[in-house]
Design a protein around this ligand. Structure first.
Ligand SMILES: CC(C)(COP(=O)(O)OP(=O)(O)OC[C@H]1O[C@@H](n2cnc3c(N)ncnc32)[C@H](O)[C@@H]1OP(=O)(O)O)[C@@H](O)C(=O)NCCC(=O)NCCS
Length: 130
């Protein structure tokens, strides 16, 4: 679980990330997925949820996954707008009997291309000439 505290150490936001593999045909969402995101009302619209989601994405990448999933209630406009802004797209509009949608986002790799490294190395080692 990821937790954000305010300046006096009071929890003002949290979320969870689950990296286990989902059992086939279990009815569970595919793993990894983010869940239980919430920010206390006085701290909303200050980027706390954005930070939490981005931290989950980093963790997800560090586990070697290239896709993050989450579920959101159909009527939850605030959450849907947040996820949409962060690049999540609808995968299944009627995911489960709880009136939830399944969203997901492909995660870019945190690596520099080997071609770029090779080019930069070439520049660094090139002999000086006028
Ligand atoms: C949804 C929730 C987590 C957003 O938390 P937050 O810290 O306020 O979100 P952020 O500040 O990172 O918002 C980033 C963007 O998301 C969108 N957004 C967030 N709250 C919104 C709202 N109430 N209405 C419309 N868009 C909203 C906006 O695009 C916002 O960018 P902006 O402030 O520059 O316009 C928070 O409202 C909350 O805890 N709600 C109750 C629990 C909940 O619904 N959790 C989601 C479960 S799936």
């Amino acid at each position: 679980m990821l937790v954000v505290e305010d300046e006096v150490g009071k929890v003002c936001g949290y979320c969870d990330i689950d990296g286990r593999e989902g059992a086939l045909n279990s009815g569970l969402p595919p793993r990894p997925y983010l869940s239980d995101l919430a920010v206390c009302s006085k701290m909303q619209r200050q980027g706390v949820a954005t930070k939490l989601v981005e931290s989950c994405e980093e963790i997800c990448r560090s586990w070697g996954h290239s896709y993050l999933y989450l579920k959101v209630d159909k009527g939850n406009r605030a959450a849907f707008e947040l996820y949409e802004k962060l690049g999540y797209t609808m995968l299944q509009p009627d995911f489960d009997e709880k009136n939830q949608m399944l969203l997901g986002k492909p995660l870019a790799k945190n690596t520099v291309s080997t071609e770029k490294i090779a080019n930069e190395a070439e520049v660094l080692t090139a002999p000086y000439s006028e």
